[in-house]
Design a protein around this ligand. Structure first.
Ligand code: FES
Length: 164
């Protein structure tokens, strides 16, 4: 006569439990990416909604004729979590009225460019890429100018638009 203390049944119950647990683990591992694919159209608009205008200060605070480094902290909603990144950029005005905002990310392989005031150009240390002060690629491997952000002026303040 066998009861619940029968070692054969206990082993069988244990193995069944292990198989169910492994099956559940595999099922979860498969379904999470699939779920992400299904709900990503819902998540993407949430990410885009994070795009916004950032105030960079008075237009009078910018030197004319020389790019000036600025940073903005961007909070992105990626699915259920928030991610904060720092976007670095260079602001240039040639007349104190019209402004451009250039990304500091090299268009070759994504290193960060540096402004060299004595040479009046941006330099990328990774592969010696050179950009002029308006961000135009002039030497080395970068295939295109530095990317630009949209800018606007309101009540004497300069704003930059950063995609979320
Ligand atoms: S990453 Fe800038 S030159 Fe290669």
């Amino acid at each position: 006569m066998s009861g619940s203390n029968d070692p054969q049944i206990s082993r069988r119950n244990f193995l069944t439990g292990v198989i169910v647990a492994v099956g559940a683990f595999i099922g979860t591992a498969i379904s999470i990416p699939a779920l992400g694919t299904i709900i990503s159209p819902v998540i993407e608009p949430m990410e885009k909604a994070a795009a916004k205008w950032f105030a960079l200060g008075s237009v009078k605070s910018f030197k004319v004729g020389e790019p000036q480094a600025k940073e903005v902290k961007v909070v992105r909603q990626i699915g259920w979590r928030k991610q904060t990144t720092t976007e670095k950029m260079f602001i240039l005005t040639d007349d104190g009225k019209n402004f451009i905002a250039m990304s500091d990310v090299c268009t070759h392989l994504g290193c960060h460019v540096r402004w060299l005031p004595d040479k009046n150009e941006f330099w990328c240390p990774c592969h010696n890429g050179i950009f002029d002060k308006h961000g135009k690629n002039i030497a080395g491997p970068p295939p295109r100018p530095l990317d630009r952000y949209k800018v606007k002026i309101e009540k004497g303040q300069l704003f930059v638009y950063v995609e979320g």
